[in-house]
Design a protein around this ligand. Structure first.
Ligand code: MG
Ligand code: MG
Length: 274
């Protein structure tokens, strides 16, 4: 699908109601390239995750991949919305009961049976890529396996709804339906988002919703869909570091995220692993 700003030298965003920016096919290609840097990093992190590795080691991989591609981190130095210190790393590493925004540390040594959620974001040629995966460390419990499987499936079900003419509520509901059918808690304190020149653009993409409600999807929208699913209740608390969100009941939490373009041919997962 072609848009009026496909060939322009100056970037003129095509903006629909609610401030949602539609991307041209060229712009979606540029976002694909940014997201493929993210995918490469997450793949490398997945290969590195094992007992004895620290979360700081995973951040080193983030720095290496950024350098290799001449990309900038979308996370490093990101301002804290509640006024604390800026985010100090290139990867968010959230272990076990940590939901999102965990800070890599040499003191956090991964051990057999842990799960670690890794979220990575880059800026390449002015476009943001954003994706996340939760990895098992060594041999994990049956419940942890089920949580990872259900969270991955809830994202896949949501992506399946990313079609022209569907509504945002269809996407949100797909996550909720898969997770709640398994008795898991869907986090509502954090949401997915539109993505483009900025990491967080309208619309917000909640992980709960009613089918047939909300913004109607149009070709050129790009959504970062990111279910955060808890083994127990959806309740959240933030640690004293001002960033790390943990489950209130200290049960496990998993997080998977893809950046997905709405196209006339259906969903295009820009951050898919090649
Ligand atoms: Mg992310
Ligand atoms: Mg995101």
């Amino acid at each position: 699908m072609k848009f009026s700003n496909d060939s322009g030298k100056r970037w003129v965003p095509k903006v629909m109601a609610g401030g949602i920016q539609l991307k041209s096919s060229e712009e979606i290609e540029a976002m694909y390239r940014a997201n493929q840097v993210v995918a490469e990093c997450l793949q490398r992190i997945g290969e590195a995750v094992k007992p004895g590795v620290t979360t700081a080691d995973l951040d080193v991989i983030g720095h290496e991949v950024l350098k290799k591609h001449g990309a900038k981190s979308a996370f490093l130095g990101y301002p804290n919305p509640s006024g604390g210190k800026a985010f100090p790393a290139t990867v968010c590493t959230s272990v076990n009961d940590e939901i999102v925004h965990g800070i890599p540390s040499r003191a956090t040594v991964l051990k057999d049976g842990d799960i670690v959620s890794c979220d990575f974001g880059v800026i390449l040629d002015g476009w943001v890529g954003d994706s996340a995966v939760t990895f098992p460390v060594g041999e994990v419990s049956e419940n942890a396996k089920r949580l990872l499987d259900v969270t991955r499936r809830s994202l896949a079900a949501a992506i399946e709804q990313v079609r022209v003419g569907n509504r945002l509520g269809d996407v949100s509901h797909a996550v909720q339906e898969v997770a709640e059918a398994e008795g898991f808690g869907v986090v509502t304190d954090f949401v997915g988002h539109g993505v483009g020149r900025k990491m967080h653009e309208p619309p917000q993409v909640p992980n709960v919703g009613r089918p047939g409600t909300g913004v109607r999807l149009q070709a050129g929208m790009v959504l970062a869909i990111e279910p955060m699913i808890n083994e127990g209740t959806p309740d959240v608390r933030t640690l004293a570091d001002g960033w790390t969100a943990v489950t209130f009941d200290h049960k496990l939490s998993a997080h998977f995220e893809h950046s997905v373009a709405v196209t006339s041919e259906g969903p295009r997962v820009l951050s898919a692993w090649s």
